[in-house]
Design a protein around this ligand. Structure first.
Ligand code: SAM
Length: 233
């Protein structure tokens, strides 16, 4: 049995009782970085053995799969949030499925749902692009395609690239493009910014240093379109 277990994205208390039960009862926990995950396990007195899972290494996947095939109960976690959501895990889940091993995916924390639920946007669906390309041409192509669906577009971005990304949005989609920036969600310095891309960009550029992790939500819809789409069918 392979359990896919979400872990906190900042605030250690954001873990479900079921996730803790599963982590405690498992024979092994497959994780990205044993030192990183050890902190969470120590906090909750989880003594299950941590094994590094490296998705870039076929041997690592095979080793985890062998353990599952032996009939062991294992939990797959990532450094933070939900495994397989812009995080490693899918190759093991796919291989385990193909091998007929039962998969049990637990619901739990993700920066994606946390940002969406706090954004105050109408609930008629969204497009999630995860991390975008580093190439301007590809970014413009992806965002154009996503905007055509007329739903909010959610993006993961690092502090090193957020300015560059927003500059590309400003140049190609105009200063009024609506942006919500959710930074350091669930942490002490959680911060939300909202406005036209030019405004949000100016706010970030005025800082000496940009710290923390970002979820950006771009909304191609005008206010009235947002309300229209919220009407029940
Ligand atoms: N699997 C994770 C999830 O379910 O949210 C995402 C992992 S991905 C490697 C890391 C990215 O998620 C960051 O670069 C950032 O865009 C976003 N992220 C993670 N934690 C965050 C937080 N506390 N606040 C804002 N964004 C966060």
């Amino acid at each position: 049995m392979l359990y896919v277990v979400p872990t906190p994205i900042g605030n250690l208390q954001d873990i479900t009782m079921r996730a803790l039960e599963v982590l405690k009862a498992a024979d092994f926990i497959f994780c990205e970085d044993t030192r990183q995950s050890a902190k969470l396990m120590q906090n909750y007195a989880v003594n299950t053995k941590l094994l590094r899972y490296n998705e870039a290494d076929a041997n690592s996947i095979a080793r985890c799969l062998d353990i599952l095939k032996e009939g062991k109960t294992c939990a797959l976690i990532s450094d933070a949030g939900t495994p397989c959501v812009s995080d490693p895990g899918w190759k093991l889940v796919k291989a385990a499925r193909q091998a007929g091993i039962k998969i049990n995916a637990l619901p739990g924390p993700s920066a994606l749902t946390c940002a969406l639920s706090g954004a105050g946007l109408s609930g008629g669906g969204f497009t999630f692009l995860g991390f975008t390309s580093r190439k301007q041409g590809k970014i413009v192509k992806m965002i154009s395609a996503a905007f055509a669906l007329e739903k909010p577009v959610v993006i993961y971005e690092s502090p090193h690239r957020v300015i560059k990304f927003l500059e590309i949005i400003l140049q190609n989609f105009g200063p009024q493009t609506k942006v919500i920036s959710a930074r350091e969600l669930t942490k002490t310095f959680e911060e939300w910014l909202q406005g036209g891309v030019e405004e949000v960009l100016a706010n970030l550029k005025a800082r000496k240093k940009i710290l923390g992790e970002f979820v950006l939500i771009l909304d191609p819809r005008a206010q009235n379109e947002e309300e229209e789409q919220d009407e029940p069918a």
